[in-house]
Design a protein around this ligand. Structure first.
Ligand code: ADP
Length: 607
């Protein structure tokens, strides 16, 4: 049994658990891959929209250059420069202020007596544009892809270009500053949530840095040999975006336009409004300014912790530290689906373990039953051999004595002959039982059913068996009603049931040698007749009341108790009774002993 358990664990339970573990892992990986895919998709959306935003500013620069060129078609640069501010503002609503300056430092427009915004512009920019001071500006270095944006991957890769390494011991605020210094970058206001990614240096520091760098220079140095460009600078923490153009006809004059931030925001609003409709149910997109305040939103009513988008991308040098950020409309959805997955997995594993448990229990039970049956079969063979041998020995012994003529006393001779007859009937009974059992097992047992008088049948059977019982010292009492009770049945089969029950009563009575055969008519639940075989023996042991009807089962072990039997008598009795539409059952007898009952339906016409 132990060996079976070990084999079972090795062959079934262990591989099932390994399989379950592999299934859990692969499901988790799949969930991770799905989430990763989703975040990459959102990152793509943020990058695409940021690129569009940057491209729209390049368009504005080109638009400005085209406007100036149109104006220069009707006037030379010097003439245009004198009233450039008024003319540009009248022609191009995108411009907040127009300015013309020479590289030698002369501001030709706007006039110091112009509208307030022009005067503020002059106060802020005159020195810079006149090359009298160096300022910190962000500009595009004349790159092809002018405002190349810088995405911040949510699934950040290890970016070796980010700058010099930071030793792991370094941490805290001073480290942030040290790192910032090494990178030459400023901390970003917006920190996208890091989803299931390998930690980057920035994660370790708990801070992300802008990939944009500013330059400190005079205007003349910045533009160098270029003919047009865009630059941005912060004045009192307010962003100023300037487009400039140097006509080839007079490269000493530079035309500048300060772009209206309100117009830029409108432009950005129209870009985020174009968010793919398929993504609208899941995400909202916002353009955040340098203080992480939303300036354009794909859903006007949307609110969130603006500094914690799912993914974000910097727009570029034209709008330094402005970012295109993506937010989940329902951030709990991901956790919910992860929890649902966990729950499903848990249930699956529980179900698996349960089925393994139930399966094991069934197998072990079946195994136990098979083992018990095998043992019972072995017992059966030894019991039957023993039962065959005992009567055969006495028959042979008494037959030899008689044959040799060594018994002169006629009384003795008669008693020997009686023993031979009784033992032969015992043998016949046993062989009949075995043969009938095997016929029933094969489904070949045939009954000759006919109407018969049950009382007459019982009387005949009792009288046939009485000499045997009395010879063994038993008193057989018959209690039969006076009426006739008719049943439909096989005469021999019903007699066999009765003899089996009487023979059991004889075998299991012990020293109380009194047996009663009683017939009673019963009205409930349907009219039927009960044949009861009662004895005063010890009765059937508790919890064996039903098992004694199983094939080969013996509650009194024949070898230890010395009572011979095959474990087939009651099995046969019950099968025969059932074939007659009746039953054989056991109940303890009042006052001690057993009461075996054969119930049979009465013939209906019988009243
Ligand atoms: P067996 O050949 O062992 O008698 P049976 O099928 O006739 O086989 O009976 C099954 C078991 O039922 C017996 O082994 C015995 O334990 C129990 N049994 C049968 N009849 C009686 C009875 N009258 N009193 C007590 N136990 C009985």
């Amino acid at each position: 049994m132990k060996k079976v358990a070990v084999v079972f664990v090795l062959a079934v339970i262990a591989p099932s658990l390994v399989l379950a573990w592999l299934a859990v892992r692969s499901l988790r990986d799949q969930q991770y891959a799905l989430e990763r895919q989703r975040f990459l998709l959102y990152q793509g959306v943020a990058d695409g929209l940021a690129k569009e935003a940057a491209a729209s500013l390049t368009d504005k620069e080109h638009e400005f250059v085209a406007r100036v060129q149109t104006m220069l078609a009707a006037a030379n640069p010097r003439q245009l420069a004198t009233d450039f501010d008024q003319r540009l503002r009248a022609a191009w609503p995108m411009a907040r202020v127009g300015c013309a300056a020479t590289l030698t430092g002369e501001i030709l427009s706007p006039s110091p007596h112009g509208p307030p915004e022009s005067r503020v512009f002059l106060a802020d920019n005159a020195k810079f544009l006149g090359n009298r001071e160096t300022v910190e500006v962000f500009w595009n270095y004349g790159k092809d892809d002018k405002f190349a944006n810088n995405s911040t991957q949510s699934f950040a890769q290890n970016d070796s270009s980010k700058g010099p390494g930071i030793s792991p011991e370094e941490n805290g605020e001073s480290i942030n500053n040290a790192y910032a210094k090494k990178l030459g970058k400023v901390p970003r206001n917006v920190v996208p949530q890091q989803q299931a990614a390998a930690p980057t240096k920035e994660d370790i520091l708990g801070q992300q840095y802008s990939k944009l760098t500013s330059a400190e220079a005079e205007f003349r140095q910045l533009i160098g040999e270029e003919t047009e460009g865009t630059l941005a600078r912060f004045l009192d923490n307010k962003l100023n975006v300037l487009c400039w153009y140097r006509p080839p006809r007079d490269t000493n004059v530079v035309f500048v336009a300060q772009l209206s931030l309100a117009q830029i925001k409108n432009q950005l609003q129209s870009i985020v409004t174009e968010l793919d409709p398929a993504l609208r149910p899941d995400i909202a997109v916002a353009v955040l300014d340098d203080s992480a305040r939303p300036v354009a939103l794909s859903r006007p009513e949307f609110q969130a912790n603006w500094k914690r988008p799912v993914v974000s991308t910097e727009i570029g040098e034209a709008l330094p530290h402005w970012e295109l950020a993506v937010y989940l409309l329902d951030p709990t959805k991901l956790t919910r689906s992860a929890e649902l997955l966990k729950l499903t997995l848990g249930l699956l594993i529980a179900l698996l373990l349960l089925s393994i448990g139930v399966g094991s229990w069934l197998i072990v039970n079946d195994l136990k039953r098979q083992l018990a049956l095998a043992r019972q079969k072995t017992d059966f063979v030894s019991n039957v051999s023993h039962e065959l041998k005992t009567p055969l020995t006495s028959i042979r012994m008494f037959a030899e004595l008689l044959a040799e003529g060594r018994v002169a006393d006629p009384g003795k001779r008669q008693s020997y002959l009686n023993i031979i007859t009784a033992e032969s009937s015992r043998l016949t009974r046993l062989i009949n039982n075995v043969l009938d059992f095997s016929r029933m097992e094969r489904g070949e047992k045939k009954y000759e059913m006919r109407r018969l008088d049950l009382i007459a049948l019982m009387r005949e059977t009792a009288e046939n068996y009485r000499p045997h019982l009395e010879a063994a010292g038993f008193a057989l009492e018959c209690e039969f009603p006076q009426t006739m009770l008719e049943v439909t049945g096989d005469h021999d089969a019903l007699a066999q049931v009765t003899v089996n029950l009487l023979s059991n009563a004889e075998k299991y009575s012990g020293s109380q040698k009194s047996i009663c055969l009683r017939i009673e008519e019963k009205a409930e639940p349907l009219r039927h007749v009960e044949v009861q075989v009662l004895d005063r023996g010890p009765g059937v042991p508790r919890n064996c009341e039903e098992r004694i009807f199983e094939k080969f089962y013996r509650a009194h072990d024949s070898l230890s108790s010395g009572i011979q039997g095959s474990g087939l008598g009651l099995t046969l009795a019950r099968q025969i009774a059932r074939a007659h539409g009746g039953e054989v059952a056991y109940r303890p007898r009042e006052g001690g002993g057993s009461c075996f009952v054969l119930r049979l339906p009465l013939v209906l016409s019988q009243t």
